[in-house]
Design a protein around this ligand. Structure first.
Ligand code: PXP
Length: 255
């Protein structure tokens, strides 16, 4: 895995479905958003089918699988129901996330170290049908080692604590969280894992993360969909893409 490879942008379209579901009709359509995102430079589309179907629906996943030209990163909890759905669709990537009914969003990373056997058995059939399995975890060495041992090909490091600290002005915490992401990106990469980062990223927080050469993909949703209200979806994505590319170009120039 070369460090100079492009930093991919995965656009998470969950919250297009959140707005649609607020009225219970067909609009705005997450598939339309996904197609526009492809045109605007998204390298992949991410969608989280939650147990309670609060945003993305089963029908959305069917339609995304049929119509997308870029890879689908299917986020799901480690449940039998979700495993069956993933095995039926065989998306390019499956990202295993923790899920609690009462949470507003995915609050923390998956506890892999304590659930190693169970998760190893859970992901094996997904790998067998050709899905790239990613595990959403905190920037924590124990969790990364466990993700590696269970046979995940990808880890996605949770950037929520870094982003929250930045937006709340807790600058020492922000710097500490950013340093943890930097170190753990290096560590994951050194084990041969592909490293992604996601959660809470905005125009203000994306560049320091895009600067980590070991990171291959960022998954960004809520901020982009919110920003689309003001500037339109494609310009909102294009600006994120520009910031990521600018940072990578600076990295390359610095050698
Ligand atoms: N990555 C993962 C694994 C997630 O669960 C989420 C949120 O669903 C994201 C990235 C995107 O986070 P946000 O919507 O805050 O950009």
């Amino acid at each position: 895995m070369s460090l100079s490879e492009k930093l991919r942008l995965g656009v998470n379209i969950d919250h297009v479905a959140t707005v649609r579901n607020a009225r219970g009709g067909d609009t705005p359509d997450p598939l339309r958003a996904a197609k526009l995102a492809e045109e605007a430079g998204a390298d992949g589309i991410t969608a989280h089918l939650r147990e309670d179907r609060r945003h993305i629906s089963d029908a959305d996943i069917d339609r995304l699988m049929d119509a997308l030209s870029v890879p689908l990163n299917f986020e799901m909890a480690a449940t039998d129901e979700m495993q069956k759905i993933a095995l039926r669709h065989k998306p390019h990537a499956v990202c295993i996330v923790p899920e609690k009914r009462e949470e507003r969003t995915t609050e923390g990373g998956l506890e892999v170290a304590r659930e190693e056997n169970k998760l190893a058995h859970f992901i094996a059939p997904l790998r067998e049908v050709g899905c790239r399995v990613s595990i959403f975890i905190a920037a924590d060495k124990r969790q990364i080692e466990a993700a590696h041992r269970i046979g995940a090909q990808v880890i996605e490091l949770h950037s929520g604590a870094y982003c929250d600290a930045h937006h709340e002005g807790r600058l020492d915490d922000r710097d500490r969280e950013l340093e943890a992401l930097r170190e753990m990106s290096r560590f994951g990469h050194s084990l041969g894992l592909e490293v992604h980062v996601g959660h809470g990223l905005t125009y203000d927080t994306v560049k320091p993360v895009a600067a980590f050469p070991e990171v291959r993909e960022l998954n960004i949703g809520h901020f982009i969909i919110g920003e689309a209200i003001f500037r339109g979806l494609q310009p909102a994505i294009a600006e994120m893409r520009r910031l990521m590319d600018e940072e990578r170009a600076e990295l390359k120039a610095a050698g």
